[in-house]
Structure formats: C-alpha cells, structure tokens
Design a binder for this molecule. Sequence first.
Ligand code: F6R
Length: 617
Amino acid sequence: MCGIVGYVGTTSGTTALDVVMEGLARLEYRGYDSAGVALVAEGQVAAQKRAGKLVNLRQALVDAPLPASRTAIGHTRWATHGGPTDQNAHPHRGGDDGKLALIHNGIIENFHSLKTQLLADGVGFASETDTEVAAQLLAQAYAGDLTEAMRTVVNRLEGAFTLLAVHADNPGVVVGARRNSPLVVGRGEHENFLGSDVAAFIGHTRQAIELGQDQIVTITPESIDIIGFDGAPAQGKPYEVTWDAAAAEKGGHRSFMAKEIAEQPHAVADTLLGRTDESGRLVLDELRIAEEDLRRVSKITIIACGTAAYAGMVAKYAIEHWTRIPCEVELAHEFRYRDPVIDSTSLVVSISQSGETMDTLMAVKHANDLGAHTLSICNTHGSTIPRESDAVLYTHAGPEIAVASTKAFLAQITASYILGLYLAQLRGTLSEEEIAEITHELGEVPHKLSHLLDSMDRVREIARFMADSRSVLFLGRHVGFPVALEGALKLKEIAYIHAEGFAAGELKHGPIALIEPGQPVFIVVPSPSTAHGLHGKVVSNIQEIRARGARTLVIAEEGDDDVVPFADEIIRVPATPTLLAPLLTVVPLQVFACELATARGLDVDQPRNLAKSVTVE
Ligand code: F6R
C-alpha cells in the first residue's frame, strides 16, 4: 500500500526534504502510482506532488525548488479513492489558508457521509480522495494544538488509516495516528522519524518504536509523545532493527512472496472495508452499472487467466448458489476465439490483479463489442482493464511484487463474493439475515487467517523435507477443486516441480493411475458440514489413493477426526462455512510452495520465464 515518511530535525549536510525523499525511494518497493512531499518553512506549508514515479516528483522539485526546512512529510500513493493523478496525489491541504498538509494510508470507510457534511459547511474539495476529507476535518478541528486536533478527527473516522500531518504554525512537529494500518517511529539524535515501515528511515537509525492500535504520536527533534485515541498517555514498544535495507523492504521476510502471504489478513480485511453498512447490507456506490441492468442479468461470465481464473472458479460456486444466475468461468484467451453467447443481458466479469493482462483486456473488449455489461475486479487503480470496463470493483490487496500471486488471489475471491452478495441483495435471492450472516462470516476470515498463518511451522518442515520431490499431486472437490489447481500452479511456477491439480471425483476416471508408492498428494478436504455428503466422498478418495501407496497430506478443518486414520500429515485450518473455506485452505499450499522453492535455492519472487504483468497475447 502507500508509503509514508515523516521527519523532524536536521542531520549534517541534509535537509528534511532530502531525508523524506530518500525514505520514499526506500519505500518504492511497496508499489505506487504518485508521490508528494510537504514541508514547513517560513511560517508556511510548501508542497509538491506528481502522478507517476518519483522521478516526476524530483523533476518538479528541480523546476520549482522548495525552501530549506527541518520538518517534512512524504508519501507514495497506491490509488484507492480517485485515480492516480496530480490532484489526487498526497499531501492534501486543509483549510482556506492551506496551512495544514496531511498524508494517509488506508481507507476511510465513512468518508462519504463526512464529505457530505463538509460540503454542506461550504468546504471545497480539490481531489476525489477520502484523504482530503481527513485534511479538511483536521483543519476545522485545529485550534493551535495539532495533536489535539488529530485526536478529535480520528475519533470521527471509521476504517483503516495511518495519518501524518504538519501545520505551518507548528514548525518542528509532525503528528501521526494509526488504526488498522502500520506506522513506526524511528528514534534519532536530535531528530525523529515516522514511517509506514522501518525501510523509511533505516538509512538513519535502527532504533524503532512500534505503535499500538489506535495511537497518536507527536514527534519533535527532541521528543516522541504517544497517546491513545482517548487522550490517555500510552507507550510504544521499542526495538532495534537488525535487518539490512533489503530485508527491511520485505518486512524481515525472506521474499516478497513470503511477505505477501503474511499480508493476507489485511488484503481480505481491506477489500471488505466500506462495502457493508452497520446492518450487513452491501453498499457498492462505486458500481457504475444501473441497478435495473443488474437485475436483468441473465448470465454471468467470468474471464481471467491463471490464478485470477482460479479465483473466478471459486467465485462461481458462491455466485450461482447465492444469486441463482448461471455463471461460467472462462480463460480469457479462449473466450473471444469461440464465438461466446453474449448479449446485453450478460454480465462479463473480468478478474485481474494487474489490470494489464493483454489476454483479459482483449476479452473485455470483445465482451464490450458484443454488448455485454462489463465489470472489472482489479487491484490496480488507473490500469487499462478497469478503464475499458463499464464498472470496477477494486480489491485492496496493496501492490503485489512477487510474480506468483497470493494476497491478490484472496482479495479477488473476497471481491467476487461481495459482488455475488450484492446481486443476491438486489434480486432478493438471499434474505437480509442471510446476507448479514455471510458478511459477518467474511469479516471473521482475517482473524482466522492470522491464526492459520501462525501455525505454519509444520508445513514449512514438510516443504523442506520434500525439496527434492519430482511430482506432487493436489486433489479437491467443490470449492476445493480450484484450490487444488492453485496449489499445483504455485508449486509449478516457483519451484519448477511437476504438479497437477484434479477434482477428486475425477480420480478414478484416469489420474489414479499416476499413484505409485510414495507419491505425495495434497487433499483439500471439505468441511464435514458440507451438503450432499461431500466430506465422506473425499475421505473415501483419500483411502483409495493411500491404499495404492500415496503419501497423503491432508488439509482438513479443525476437529475433523474422520481423516485422521488415512492421513500421513494433517494440516488444520479453522472451521468456516464451506463457500468461504478457499480463503483459508489455499494458505498452506502457498506456504508450502514458497518454502520448498526457497529450500531449493530458487528466486521465489522472480521465477524463470515469467513476468508479473503479461502484456502480450
Ligand atoms: C500466478 C499468477 C498468474 C496471474 C495471471 C493473471 O501466480 O500470478 O497466473 O494470476 O497472469 O494476472 P492478472 O491477475 O494480473 O491479470
């Protein structure tokens, strides 16, 4: 997500602007589409911001230099509300006098109602961002004490946010606040730092302080004061950063892939943010397709490639079940070459992390030509596929750097579920209570994911032990089938091991011939509560392959004892409703592939022959 740097003090030979620009460069790995800085000098706030890479901002600073200062904030933005433009880039100003500047990471869920109130108060806005709302509120609340104003404002905000602000009348002060979004303090000698992670200041200090949830920090060159959102004095957790700069970018993980796997609770939580009201009703103001057209949809076609297509396969089970609209999933590169039956009552949903995959883009254009309504589920603001589509539902996974997709997959499933529930709500195929129950269960997933991620040591051991495997098979059924396909894809693409995913029911129609003594097979077992006795059928499949010598690696819900006699290894996942289970069951398979590839000494983040964004057909 966005990168944030704040600085007060002076180091010999450098200015606050230099420190902040260096911090932004170190945060580039987080991915961004615009950047900006603000500093306090000569009783004013001076700022510069540009869409695009840091080089654009640097050029703007050469063309129009800012005055020397000892107080500065800087930001790299990954667009969420509003496209990646100069106007939407941070910092944002607050107040008529422009004396306040603010930067933000996260999503302010209730920005719409706050903005309506501000507009009624006669406040004007220069951008489409939720951030500017916070800047204007802060300017309204400011009465000489920036920390106190921040406290007033954060108590009005809902969602996830890190905020940093400076005010022209408070030189030498930067105030930060965090809720559900990261912010760390760097402690220096006659200087202090704030950063979205330690990479922001690792060139200057290794003494860091971790802030707790719902805390506000005020830094000056000589002091670091922390309070809670309730105003009570609070403590951070001091620690020494032992990572080098490269490791700091990866948050201490060995690879970006490992880091992104660990970020999945946030990817799901952020994708859910702002999409429901207090009663659990879906609110998708961002969809630009008329409700009437959505009610008339007679068929949904999901088009995507690779991992995104597997997310679509998972979504199909839920969408058909909830909406009773026929839903098909098609590889984007096959779609437009087979004369698909599409008309103005078709909803064609593309899923793409990058928003630039040429195969998917061409399929979307084809669907547009056929008169379909096109909706893009995408992780990258301002990318081509959302622009070519009638509507977009952004996933908020944050930038994905590793070539192998992980957190985007979970965010894509989450967004597809939001879409399915929204359609069910519009068409009345689920009751309000049913929708509220499912959204509640979805809201529980991030917590379950964190718990699951904390219990992956055995999976890593198994992976290291299996580093020399020549072939691994993956079986699943129902929503576990696409999970099996995804597990196999992850292993192929980063560990270069032959891997195949199958629908478990298909075994005896051919694949079972592959089973020989010692053949490792992962089996994704559905919850015992799954309808139609599916669980028992998969348990029988495990017995069948084990009887033929397979080494069974069983992914099963906590408390499922039926699998115990037939499992060589059991990997437990928290219990969750069947349709939501892929958000959990895929995690051990991601961790397995990542660890195994690492154990083989491979470049996990940049596998051979692959690119992150496939912009050719
Ligand atoms: C696999 C992977 C790819 C992508 C596919 C689509 O780990 O990342 O299979 O899912 O190339 O990419 P996007 O989602 O950018 O359209």
